[in-house]
Design a protein around this ligand. Structure first.
Ligand code: DSN
Length: 419
């Protein structure tokens, strides 16, 4: 039987996928949590591995026919432990939120206290924010950043920990432009007998590439997605050095929260980890940071307020209050100009989460396209031109011109994985 292609079976979806590919190719993607996976990762994820059920773990499954899948998952695990310098890895969590939920299931009972960074300060929903199951089913206590520095106040973290005695402390988040002090968090967690979970979803690629200090040897558990700076497929991993924690985490992921792992994703994660172990990935991680710093410098020179006054990593959080523009209209105008960002709350934001004061910008994707500091300065100039025009209430011509210039630039820097 000759099988028909996607285009023949479902031309509507095929055309939409093609349109999204074109959109990704023609856009300067500045969303800090996104990236372009390689052709190799794409190939691995689009395979027959999606046909197989594998509840359980290598060597201990509830379905037969695991001769190949066991080898794939074992390779992914071994590559994860090697890249991150840990003893155990679980590569099955479907994504970051289920991975973090598994941390709760492994170490807490409903109603127990968790200390995490507040969402508007740069934390994640699953670090105990009120609308998340983690904020409803557990007792959340939140730390933030100092108003004067925009940086985490470790004295506040310590005094909250001493006062509330959490069972679990999360460090890491989604909008933290500065280096996370894992040893300091570990000391606080030890002092109060809490499990320390380092959520490195955003910075996993930087950690793997040596461009951010590693939580290994400090955090009890490391949680990460695989699709951000790490440049893998959408998925997640949980890692630890402790045999006891590893057993608890495995039990929490399956059968606690999930059924069969997504084997095609596991293969993609294995490929991404193989790529992350290559010497050129170190250069990539270093360039992500150089690019973010060049872009931050350009934006500050043009009068933009950056939370914490700059960046140490892949991410810039811009407060547009002084420009007289909300984050949402600015992000929408930038998107129409071909510059894709997301609007984001800034610390102590007086505006609502769906209409906040800031924009979050990241450099993993543009760095994957081979762009460098010169392109970052150009992107900073475009952002300035568009936001200034939006503030003046007359942005259409500027958006049109910048869009043409953006398309010229993206034409010179093909994105990985796109045809
Ligand atoms: N949604 C991710 C981000 O954009 O940072 C976090 O889960």
């Amino acid at each position: 039987m000759t099988e028909r292609s996607l285009n023949a079976v479902d031309p509507e979806i095929a055309a939409l996928i093609e349109a999204e590919e074109r959109r990704q190719a023609d856009t300067v993607k500045l969303i800090a949590s996104e990236n372009y996976v390689s052709r190799a990762v794409l190939e691995a994820t689009g395979t027959v591995l999606t046909n197989k059920y594998s509840e359980g773990y290598p060597g201990k499954r509830y379905y037969e026919g695991q001769q190949v899948i066991d080898q794939i998952e074992t390779l992914a695990i071994n590559r994860a432990t090697s890249v991150f310098g840990v003893r155990h890895a679980n590569v099955q969590p479907y994504s970051g939120s289920p991975a973090n939920l598994a941390v709760y299931m492994a170490f807490l009972q409903p109603g127990d206290t968790v200390l995490g960074m507040g969402l508007p300060f740069g934390g994640h929903l699953t670090h105990g924010w009120s609308v998340s199951a983690t904020g409803k089913w557990f007792n959340p206590v939140r730390y933030g950043v100092r108003k004067d520095t925009g940086r985490i106040d470790l004295d506040e973290v310590r005094s909250l920990a001493l006062e509330h005695r959490p069972k679990l402390i999360f460090c890491g988040g989604t909008a933290i432009p500065r280096t996370i002090d894992f040893p300091a968090f570990a000391e606080i967690a030890r002092e109060v007998g809490a499990v320390l979970a380092a959520d490195i979803a955003h910075i996993a690629g930087l950690v793997a590439g040596g461009a951010h200090p590693s939580p290994a040897g400090h955090a009890d558990v490391i949680s990460t997605t695989t699709h951000k700076t790490l440049r893998g497929p959408r998925g997640a991993m949980l890692m630890t050095d402790s045999d006891e924690h590893a057993a608890a985490l495995n039990k929490a992921v399956f059968p606690g929260l999930q059924g069969g792992p997504h084997n095609h994703t596991t293969a993609g994660i294995a490929v991404a980890l193989h790529e992350a172990a290559q010497p050129e990935f170190r250069a990539y991680a270093a360039q992500i940071v150089k690019n973010a710093q060049a872009l931050a410098d350009e934006l500050m020179a043009r009068g933009f307020d950056l939370v914490s006054g700059g960046t140490d990593n892949h991410l810039i959080l811009m407060d547009l209050t002084s420009k007289g523009v909300g984050g949402k209209p600015a992000a929408q105008a930038l998107d129409r100009a071909g510059l894709e960002t997301n609007y984001n709350a800034v610390p102590f934001d007086p505006r609502k989460p769906f209409d906040p004061s800031g924009i979050r910008i990241g450099t993993p994707s543009v760095t994957s396209r081979g762009m460098g500091e010169a392109e970052m300065r150009q992107i900073g100039a475009w952002i300035d031109e568009v936001v200034t025009a939006v503030a003046k209430g007359d942005a259409e011509d500027v958006i049109g011109r910048v869009h043409r210039e953006v398309t010229e630039l993206t034409g010179k820097f093909p994105a990985p994985g796109l045809s």
